[in-house]
Unconditional design. Structure first.
Length: 328
């Protein structure tokens, strides 16, 4: 049984960044207003995600790390809501616990004290009392210690950390109302303030020069179109990088990679970008749930729109008119 669990874990948890993604989603689901992520050794040595969310009652700690246990699906139809719901279905903590030494520590607002539970390579330990503030802390040590094949597949610490940085940055940009901080080997990379301002989140994540270059997108939804809204920020044509990595796109508030969206943003610049240079963008597209196809594999982030051409045209138009409105 543990072997099956480990194989399943390799499918779900590909690398430290996938662990971070799952744990941040849990924190957001718990209504956190502050989330801090601390990483050592590229994330394989040590990862800690701490939040101030609603916490887990002591008696429910074992359930939280059990297989296929979720407190979030109340109705089978929830499974179809795709883009709207975050995360896996009750698998993340159990699969992470199967391939690491995991500590889950939590306290709810009305509990007098906290409690913790450890899972060591799938072996669930005993509940112990723990002093902690309201909220939840998950620590993951020695990721993939018992799955050498998966561990061997990992890249250098630096590269694994870059993936984590990308994931945490995406969540920080998508959730400007939540204060999200990231540190690696004791050094703080960024900390957003949780003010709700996207520009302020961009300032924390990408720095002042980028934040000041960002232009607000503007788009009026038309009643018959496939798009309910487009919003976000794009940089001026001079503020660019040599990779597409800084084109962060979200559909119905979920981070996605969609060539259609990236291409549309670039097309919106109408040839103003230098060769092989790409802008910064934080783009939020809202569509009716039925108008987008989410890849069924939980690890993938690609989406396809029913009407790709219409979405592309609308995004390009939104970028174009924002640039024109700003005299660019
Ligand atoms: P899922 O998120 O799909 O429900 P997980 O394995 O990620 O499955 O989490 C299992 C359960 O543990 C959740 O349903 C939730 O009840 C609880 N949980 C996990 N992380 C947190 C957290 N940070 N704050 C509060 N509850 C949490
Ligand atoms: Mg989850």
């Amino acid at each position: 049984e543990q072997t099956i669990q480990r194989i399943a874990a390799g499918e779900v948890v590909e690398r430290p960044a996938s662990v971070v993604k799952e744990l941040i989603e849990n924190s957001l689901d718990a209504g956190a207003t502050r989330i801090s992520v601390a990483v050592e050794g590229g994330g394989t040595e040590f990862l800690r995600i701490r939040d101030d969310g609603h916490g887990i009652p002591e008696s429910e700690l074992p359930l939280a790390v059990a297989e296929h246990a979720t407190s979030k699906i109340s109705n089978i139809n929830d499974l179809d809501s795709g883009v709207a719901s975050l995360g896996f279905r009750g698998e993340a903590l159990s699969t992470i616990g199967a391939v690491s030494k995991l500590t889950l520590r939590s306290r709810t607002a009305d509990a007098a004290s906290g409690a913790e539970l450890t899972v060591d390579g799938g072996e669930i330990g005993e509940i112990e009392p723990a002093g902690c503030p309201k909220g939840t802390t998950v620590e993951v040590e020695d990721l993939f210690f018992n799955t050498p094949a998966r561990r061997k597949f990992l890249k250098r610490d630096r590269t694994e950390f870059d993936h984590i940085n990308t994931v945490v940055s995406q969540y920080a940009l998508a959730n400007p109302e939540v204060a999200i901080a990231l540190e690696h080997d004791g050094r703080e990379l960024f900390a957003t303030e949780g003010t709700g301002s996207l520009r302020s989140a961009v300032l924390s994540v990408y720095g002042r020069e980028v934040a000041e270059s960002m232009i607000e997108l503007d788009y009026e939804a038309d009643d018959n179109g496939p798009i309910e809204g487009i919003s976000g920020l794009v940089s001026d044509p001079e503020t660019t990088r040599s990779t597409r990595e800084y084109l962060a796109t979200f559909v119905n508030d979920r981070y996605v990679t969609a060539a259609t969206l990236r291409n549309a943003v670039i097309a919106g610049y109408g040839g103003q970008l230098a060769p092989d240079r790409y802008p910064f963008a934080v783009l939020f597209v809202e569509v009716p749930p039925g108008a987008v196809d989410v890849n069924v594999h939980p690890r993938k982030t690609e989406v396809r729109f029913d009407d790709e051409a219409a979405v592309e045209a609308a995004v390009q138009q939104a970028v174009e008119s924002a640039l024109i409105d700003n005299g660019l």
